[in-house]
Design a protein around this ligand. Sequence first.
Ligand SMILES: [Zn+2]
Length: 490
Amino acid sequence: MLRKFAWLGLPLLSLALFAVNNDMDRLIQEALKPSPLENNLRRLTDEVGGRVPGTPAMQRAVDWGVAAFKDAGADSVHTEEFTIQHGWAEGATSVTAATYGEATSFPVRAVSIAWAPALAPTKHVPVMDVGEGTAAEFAKAGDVSGKLLLVHTRVLANWADLFWEYEQAPGVIALAVKGKAKAIAFMATRDNDILYRHTNAVFGEIDLLPMVIVAREDGERLARLLAAGNPVWADLAIPNKISGPIKSWNVVAELRGSEKPDEFVVLGAHLDSWELGTGALDNGCNSALVIDALRAIKASGLKPRRTIRFILFSGEEEGLIGSRMYAVDHRVELDKAVGVVIYDSGTGKTTGFSTGGRKDTIAATQTLIAPLEQFGATKLTPSAESGTDHFDFMLEGVPTFVADQDESNYLVNYHAVSDTYDKVDFPQLKKHVAEAAVFSLALANAAERVGPRLSRAQIEETMHETHLDQELKAMGMWDDWASGKRGRAK
Ligand SMILES: [Zn+2]
């Protein structure tokens, strides 16, 4: 019996796989065709510009998303509102350094850290070098009260450096607050005078003391002056504008499932950005990708069996707030979420996907993404990350997939004045549209789901295995999970 079934089954299975592969080839061809991708992104970056929640630009970006999804052929488009506890905008930040009495003075190129408090104009603040700001370096530096603390950083060359930067700040801030420092000046992690927006807030809260990023070249000059024994002072003004609660919106488009419309896949990217540049690599390009993936699936004529939700999240930069609130607002239907796919690393080549720390989803997913072999994008890695919009779905036990991408030109332009349309690698981005469309449709059409929703205990186990728990503790993000404020209850 077994032999006979195997003999009959094999050709049938091959035929079915052949049909699926034909479909996916058709979808890939559709995705790679000329499309509105470039023009959509040009309008978002050049015409709308940087998109901070609470600003008119963010509102225009939401309108852009709604219109572009409709043009792409969505079955439905709507927005979902959420609140961020404070609005924030930078004023005319000014730092002027003086040394040799007042004989030498020079402007220090500086921008405020986002969601940091304002500082009224203050003259003659002593500058003190606290190295990289470890407890030992603070102890060696001495009394920091009333000082502007110059903090050394490492040049951003790879993903590990970026985590280092995020993990460095909370410890420095805690020691500075404890010692009653006036403000902190972090040296920029980019060379060549590049300034960028950085935040240490994790949920839209206002930080505990004023902070700026100073151009690396200026920071090094201050450090050399101090090391040579010259007292240095700074005149500071950081007139940030801070408001009470603001509204922002996620944009949600759907292609409805033909057989199981209540089960759903999410393909997402964040629409908001910082505003020194125009948020092209982070993350306008992938917002445009999400829209173009919808267009390609629709145009291919292929019908998803389950619903695909294409979501442009907002408030990502202030602490993953839009996706966090989406997970909260949709908690009752998360048992029906079969997978969440997120893109958030510019246009460096996609090598595969990280699975939110899960090993159990890998074998089934490997089969689904086999058509991506031609792009070299099939490597599945059971790592868990905290830095983008899959995070709250992962904490709810939903299978998540974050595109793993080469650094390419992402890091040098990260959150920076230089993150503009001209940095986007469109031939590569179009391949990612094809990959995202194939993966989303494959998840929607798979006979079996790639994995179950995990329980709270299982989720915590994956965090221990991947050491994500330590990363979250370092970044001040662990307590909300531990207290049950964030993530799956049971
Ligand atoms: Zn991003």
